[in-house]
Design a protein around this ligand. Structure first.
Ligand code: HEM
Length: 221
């Protein structure tokens, strides 16, 4: 086991964890958004409730959920360690660099990640924890989500979290490939372009849902 812990804390092991967990989270965000678009039907929660019921019984989703929790924690820990190392070595060792020519997102990946983490603590407390503790279930989750987005302070917290997510994804997407060793004059611009499109579509999707609920969905009786 020592070889594994040695590998995980080695420079290459850390980069590998950061890139792979990042790409898994990129995939999760697309699936999660796709599920949440069921909130856009304005059908009293019928489509969303069916989706939540499906998620609750699907064994693949259950296993992936535990992987997801582990990956979020690993991504956050490794990101913090890399940020500390970069500060010590003045940002010369890792793709998420702090050099003067890097853009806003590249320079602030750690702080953007921290904002998303704070958002996630709020978000998991809102829905996930209430599902786990039984104060919401698959039939009442829709009302819980609508009630949350009807509170202006929550709406603002969500939208700020999603703005941070946009910048984090915008740099993180291509940075993950670079970190995993894919640095090529032909492919890097394509990956960067794809990263732009992905981060815009995903963030816009997440951004629209709370606003849509706030302005158009009536609070369920
Ligand atoms: C419009 C915005 C969003 C809505 C309406 C939404 C809705 C939900 C709901 C209803 C749940 C609980 C489902 C359950 O536990 O079965 C959930 C869980 C979760 N959400 Fe979101 N979400 C949004 C944005 C985000 C964003 C931006 C992230 C990540 C940065 C995120 C990460 C998570 C995670 C990690 C879970 C726990 C997943 C699980 O246990 O399977 N969500 N979300």
């Amino acid at each position: 086991m020592k070889w594994l812990t040695d590998f995980l804390i080695s420079s290459i092991g850390r980069k590998l964890i950061m890139g792979l967990t990042g790409l898994f989270l990129v995939f999760f965000l697309a699936v999660h958004l796709f599920g949440n678009t069921n909130l856009l039907y304005n059908d009293g929660g019928e489509a969303f409730t069916k989706y939540v019921q499906f998620m609750k019984v699907n064994p693949i989703i259950k296993i992936s959920a535990y992987m997801l929790y582990i990956f979020i924690v690993l991504h956050a820990i490794q990101g913090t360690l890399l940020w500390i190392n970069n500060r010590k070595s003045k940002g010369k060792t890792y793709a998420v660099s702090t050099n003067a020519n890097a853009g806003f997102a590249a320079k602030n990946m750690f702080y953007l990640g921290l904002l998303i983490f704070v958002f996630l603590v709020f978000h998991m407390g809102d829905f996930w924890l209430k599902m786990k503790t039984g104060s919401l279930d698959e039939y009442t989750l829709y009302s819980g989500v609508v009630a949350t987005f009807k509170i202006p302070a929550y709406l603002v917290i969500y939208e700020l979290g999603i703005i941070a997510l946009f910048f984090h994804l915008n740099h993180g997407f291509h940075s993950a490939f670079q970190t995993l060793g894919l640095n090529h004059s032909k492919y890097t611009p394509i990956i960067k372009g794809f990263g732009w499109i992905y981060s815009i579509i995903i963030s816009l999707g997440y951004f629209i849902i709370p606003l849509y609920v706030y302005f158009t969905v009536p609070i369920p009786a």
